[in-house]
Design a protein around this ligand. Sequence first.
Ligand code: SAM
Length: 399
Amino acid sequence: MKVRIEKLDNYGRGLAHLSNKIVFVPNALPNEVVEVDIVSEKKKYIEGIVKKYYATATNRKNINCPYYNLCGGCSLEHLSFEDENTFKEEKVKAILKKYANENIENLPIKSKEMYHYRNKITFHIKDNKLGFYKDNTNSLVEIDNCLLANRKINSLIEPLKALVKINSLEEIMIRTSNDERFVLIKLTGKASRYESLIPLVDVLLINDKVITTNDKILTTISSKKYYLSAAAFFQINKDLTKDLYDVALEEVKNNSLEKALDLYCGTGTIGIYISKYLKEVIGIDKVKENISNANKNRELNNALNCKFLCAKVEDVIDNYKGIDLIIVDPPRAGLKGKVIETILKILPKELIYISCDVITLARDLKILKDSYDIKLVQPFNMFPRTYHVECACILKKKE
Ligand SMILES: C[S@@+](CC[C@H](N)C(=O)[O-])C[C@H]1O[C@@H](n2cnc3c(N)ncnc32)[C@H](O)[C@@H]1O
C-alpha cells in the first residue's frame, strides 16, 4: 500500500492514515511517499516497513550504519542531527501540553556528540557470534562496530570476537571511564580461555566472580571522581551528564538550601556533585551495589556531608521532614503515588525532577504543579539517534 507520511510519532516512526487506520512506519519522514509492507494489522492501526520510497524528504540523511533497522538500537539515523534535536524539543513540548497542560514556548535542547557517546554497551552472543538481538526476537545481528559506543569500546570488539569463538558465552558487558582510560568487562556464560583479555582490561568479571585485583574502575564527571563496579548504575552519556548535573549545581549555588534528599541516587553522583553548597545530603537507592559505590564515592570526594541509605524510596520517604530540596531521578515509570503524596507533605522549597520518560514526567508534574511553579524544563539529548530524551525540571514551592 502507498501512503504519505504526515509526521513522526513519539518513537520517531513515520505516521500516516489509511482508511480510518493509523499506519506506523519506521525509517520514514514527514512528506515522504512510501510503499509499505504490512508487518502487523490491528483494529485501529497497522505497523509496516518501507518497501519503496517514491519521494524522499530533503532532511533525509545518509545512513552511516550497516546495521540500521536491523539491530534495534537506533531509530533516527535517517534524520539529520539538527532535525533530531528539533523532533525531541517538539516531542517534549507536545507531551507536556497534552498530559500536564503546561505550555512551554522555548525549549532549546542541550546536545553534544551525535555518535560515540556511550560509555557502556552490552553485547549478546549466539552461536559464537557477537552482536545485538533484533527488536523482540532471538535473532542475532553480528556487528563489527557500533556508532553509539565510544571508541575504546569499539577497539575491543575485535579481540572480543576472537574470545567469543573459543568460549561458550551468552553476553559481554563493557563499561569504560568517561575519559576512556579504564575498562571493565563482564563475561556471562562459560569462559575458560580469557587470558588474552587480561592485558586489555582493568577489571574483569566472569559471571559475578571478579578475576582481576580491582573490582571497580575510576571515572569522572567534571572535577568529581567516582568508583564504578559492574552492577552499579551510571549515566551512559560520557559528555552530557556534566551539563545535566550542572542544572542542579547552579540551583543550589544560587539559593540558600541546606538539607537535601537525593532520591533514586544510583552511585551518589548528583548528591556528591552538589554537596559543597549544602549542609546535608541524604541519598536513597534500592540497589545494594549502588549504595556501596556511593559510600566509596563520598570518601573519595571528601563529601562527608552526604549519607546514603539502601532502601526503596516509597518505604522510607515518610521518615524525612525539614527538607529544603528534593531531587528525584526515578526509572521510566516515574514517581509512585505514595512518593508524590509524601513529597507534597514534606513540601520542600525546591524540587528537581530528572526524568528519562517525558510522559510519566508530565503525569507527575500535573499533580505537583498544584503546589509548585515549574521554573525550568531543560531537555537533554542524552541518547542521540534514538527516540529517547532526558529532561531536568526545577520546581519552586508556590508562595
Ligand atoms: C535513572 S537512575 C538514577 C541514578 C542517579 N540519579 C544518576 O544520575 O546516576 C534510577 C535509580 O533508581 C533506583 N531505583 C529504582 N527504583 C527504586 C525504588 N523504588 N527505590 C529506590 N531506588 C530505586 C535504581 O537502582 C537506579 O539507580
